[in-house]
Design a protein. Structure first.
Lengths: 279, 293
């Protein structure tokens, strides 16, 4: 089974939920941190990394001896990553390239070869019974979805796999949520939390995946998040009240299931309820 | 004219609440919400929308079944696996690269332009606001960010305003790069947690990579004074100016629930005092940048 933890708004507690759920379960569980722009789960899990892989994406390189500046590559490229300047030169902007392979395919002179651009790295490690994988986008790299797809390729069907997704509702989030069995949304009961939750529920509905809700800092705001969840038929599976001890434990990188009483049981109940909904 | 972008790396450190507070204090400015993926500034600024425009960005392949002979070339060519065996294009998977469109021997694939969001010019009680809404699951957030920034610039020029205050998105990827490229300065809002510090360090690297001057401030600094100290040391090492420290204050949340800035909700809060000081420092820095340009 594979579930993703998402939120719309950033900073609502995705990583708290993902890491504590993984630690509460403790064995036969995988945690894949797909927030490759700002991966944080490792700061809480402290895995021993045993493997680091550099991930690249193909980009074109032009053999200027063969190129006759016909301009077909410029014409097919939708992303302005290869530009032919009127009969004088061909320029490549590798950071804009989406790796569609169109230019190489269309070139009548076979003048385009594949080279690569580094997207970032993937690290894999363990902590006790938890298998941990995350991606780290190279600083300066704009495109996170291809790296997210690579992180997800580590998911193993025989395990319970938890994906920590990035905030928002655009392409990196969709890449993290699609083809999962369940989406656990995490929000806070504030106007910002509610507004972004609505967007996240919209994305979940579009993907047609069952979902549930965790309300973090559940006593700081108003009731509008609960009203919305009820109206949309999204079950509230866990509420975590605001507690300065939790905020301080989080700030240090401590796990609340290990440091505060009662939370391990709460997260295991959450786990059981997710399994019930999915099966 | 100067453009200041508020970013954080990590989400939820208080970018938008701080931005709203600055909107209340700053004068002669245009506001801009560049977090087009999960825009929240309008929830506090209550904009009165004056202009609404469609945002078109990118294309999606659509197979015309009448012309398609099911040769399968498009399926082989598609690097995204977006075309099913029954020759349906999954619009979520389609990258809009147009390779299938170009090579289809029957010219059976249309390539319509997507309307993937809207952008607006509005009036608020703090002055003009340029903002946008990217459709759910849409791409091209970077292009929409560039568009709202350009429109904010045009508006500032038209109205003779000398400051653009921009609320940026979280992360370090495409929309953040589009938000900070060519800006005069970024203010990074961090918090003293292992994750807040980690993400701040990456976004500092990003600002350096694009050669945008960066300033720092620490929200909820008293939640973990050890890590606040580590952030301070990091700033010193990198030659980064930390402009101020905002105490943990639930007035922020209370104000947000009322749709108000922290100053409107409570003019004397401890967090509010700290924000005023940060704004004074930022203004001086922007004046220095004006003087040197």
């Amino acid at each position: 089974m594979i579930i993703s933890i998402a939120s719309g708004k950033g900073g609502t507690g995705k990583t708290t939920v993902a890491t504590n759920l993984a630690v509460a379960i403790g064995s036969d569980v995988q945690l894949l941190d797909c927030d490759v722009e700002e991966p944080n789960s490792h700061l809480f899990i402290n895995p021993v990394f045993e493997k680091t892989i550099t991930v690249t994406t193909p980009v074109p390189e032009v053999d200027e001896k063969k190129c006759n500046l016909c301009g077909k590559c410029d014409e097919i490229c939708q992303f302005k990553a290869i530009i032919v300047i009127a009969d004088t030169t061909v320029m490549i902007f590798p950071e804009l390239c989406h790796s569609c392979g169109g230019c190489e395919k269309v070139c009548p002179e076979n003048a385009i070869k594949e080279t690569s651009r580094e997207l970032g790295i993937i690290q894999k490690g363990y902590r006790n019974g938890i298998e941990f994988v995350h991606g780290k986008l190279r600083v300066g790299e704009a495109m996170s979805p291809p790296l997210i797809v690579k992180v997800r390729s580590f998911a193993r069907p025989d395990k319970f796999t938890i994906i920590d997704a990035p905030p928002g509702t655009s392409c990196p989030v969709i890449a993290s949520m699609k083809n999962t069995d369940f989406i656990l949304l995490v929000t806070e009961p504030t106007p910002f939390g509610l507004h972004d939750l609505k967007l996240a529920v919209g994305a979940v509905k579009m993907l047609n995946i069952p979902c549930g809700l965790v309300i973090n800092r559940s006593d700081v705001g108003d009731n509008k998040v609960k009203d919305f969840a009820k109206k949309e038929g999204v079950p509230v599976l866990l509420e975590i009240p605001f507690d300065r001890n939790i905020a301080e434990a989080y700030s240090r990188g401590d796990m609340i299931v290990e440091k505060l009483p009662g939370f391990k049981e709460k997260f295991l109940t959450l786990y059981d309820n997710i399994k019930k909904i999915v099966s | 004219m100067k453009e200041l972008i508020i970013i954080s790396g990590k989400g939820g450190t208080g970018k938008t609440s701080l931005m709203a507070a600055f909107a209340y204090i700053a004068e002669n400015k245009v506001l801009c919400d560049a977090d087009v993926d999960a825009a929240d500034l309008h929830l506090v600024t209550a904009p009165d929308i004056l202009e609404k425009h469609d945002f078109q960005g990118g294309n999606t392949a659509v197979i015309n079944k009448d012309k398609c002979t099911e040769c399968g070339l498009c399926i082989d060519l598609c690097k995204w696996g977006a075309i099913s065996e029954t020759f349906e294009v999954n619009s979520i998977e389609c990258e809009g690269c147009g390779v299938c469109v170009y090579f289809c021997p029957e010219k059976a694939i249309d390539f319509p332009l997507n309307t993937c969001g809207e952008w607006y010019i509005s009036n608020t009680r703090f002055g003009p606001l340029v903002h946008a809404r990217l459709g759910i699951a849409e791409e091209n957030s970077g292009r929409l960010v560039s568009l709202v920034r350009n429109e904010a610039k045009k508006l500032a020029e038209e109205k003779g305003l000398d400051l653009i205050l921009t609320d940026g998105p979280p992360g370090i990827g495409c929309p953040v790069i589009a938000s900070i490229g060519g800006a005069d300065a970024v203010l990074i809002v961090t918090e003293p947690s292992v994750s807040g510090k980690h993400d701040m360090q990456r976004v500092v690297q990003l600002a350096n990579h694009f050669k945008v001057p960066a300033f720092l401030c620490v929200n909820k600094f008293d939640l973990n004074k050890d890590i606040t100290g580590e952030i301070e040391n990091f700033a010193k090492e990198k030659g980064l100016t930390c402009l101020g420290y905002i105490p943990f204050d639930q007035t922020f949340t209370k104000a947000m629930i009322q749709g108000q800035t922290i100053f409107e909700y409570d003019s004397g809060s401890a967090a509010g005092q700290a924000i005023r000081k940060i704004w004074e420092s930022i203004s001086e820095k922007l004046d220095d940048l004006r003087a040197s340009s």
